[in-house]
Design a protein around this ligand. Sequence first.
Ligand code: NAD
Length: 359
Amino acid sequence: MNKTIAVIRGDGIGPEIVGETLRVLDAVGERFGHTFTYRDAPMGGNAIDAFGVPLPPESLETCLKADSVLLGAVGGPKWDSQPAENRPERGLLQLRAAMGLYTNIRPARMFPQLADACPLRPEIAEKGIDFVVVRELIGGVYFGEHRTETAEGQQKSVDIMAYTEQEIRRVAHVAFGMAQKRRKRVTSIDKANVLATSRLWRRVVTEVAEAYPDVELLHMYVDNAAMQIVRDPGQFDVIVTENLFGDILSDEASQITGSIGMIPSSSMGEGSRGLYEPIHGSAPDIAGQDRANPIGTILAAAMMLRYSLDMAAEADAVEAAVQQVLSDGLRCGDIMQPGCRLAGCREMGAQICSRIAKK
Ligand code: NAD
């Protein structure tokens, strides 16, 4: 197969971690007989410096024409004094809107080799953590009306949480489709005992479930879910939830698996094209020092192979190679453990490539 990938290297450690990830994709291409064509799409602080705006129209066009988009990270102190409408992060918001990305997918997966970094008790961690949070991304209270008014001598603020059936239905389909490729269980999280939006959420998700008879559906209140994620994370396969609950639960889920440098994320809209990135930022404190952990971005590329490019065996090969380097005792600084060997960003990338090349 021949696939075109728009590449946003971004700022800070972005170019380093993306560079290693492209090497990994090339190793996949070589082993499985695919050609990946990379098209650079400048975005973020570097684009402000070169073009005066965080997302130049040419970059957006490159992303919209590509089969998928890979992003390092954008931002840094150099651009902190930019006006709000011209900050690096604004480019990311513009890109998400233009690509119509309404779902964010964040795996919470603990590598057994890093179990020591898990903040949960060993008897919980040793059961394993491997679930995915599917979050609605462009609806709910973050996108509702926000206002502050003065009433009876004091200020009053209102944030409106609204959902339509269609907004719920499309994200539910993403979650059920994903569960079919995994352990076939969806836990839908809401607050249906209190919120009207949650009662609609529950009804629509239940209707969508009828189209996926092979997938089990459970409902859970969000306060209980926050407890269950730390008490018994092994019970979850795919979590689907609205924007605000998903924002909070996906951070909780990331935290229990260990380092920020290990976790990928993807945002999807209609069709198969997505935006794939690590969950961390541009880490300006370690940029240009060959100290960044590229694994979060490499695992984001594995998600791209699996969910956008329909290359499941290739995604498996990347994830197996990551597991193998960890088993072999190689660690970047952020996940360093006693008895392991420290690797820089370049070496980590090269070692993962060499394990993909091996059949
Ligand atoms: P950060 O995630 O960049 O860094 C937090 C800490 O984690 C730092 O100590 C950093 O060195 C470390 N770290 C992060 N990624 C790492 C990796 N791959 N390997 C090793 N260590 C890693 O968060 P921050 O410092 O709050 O933000 C820095 C800049 O990134 C800001 O300008 C922020 O706006 C931006 N940001 C961008 C995105 C994005 O592009 N999606 C997301 C979050 C933050």
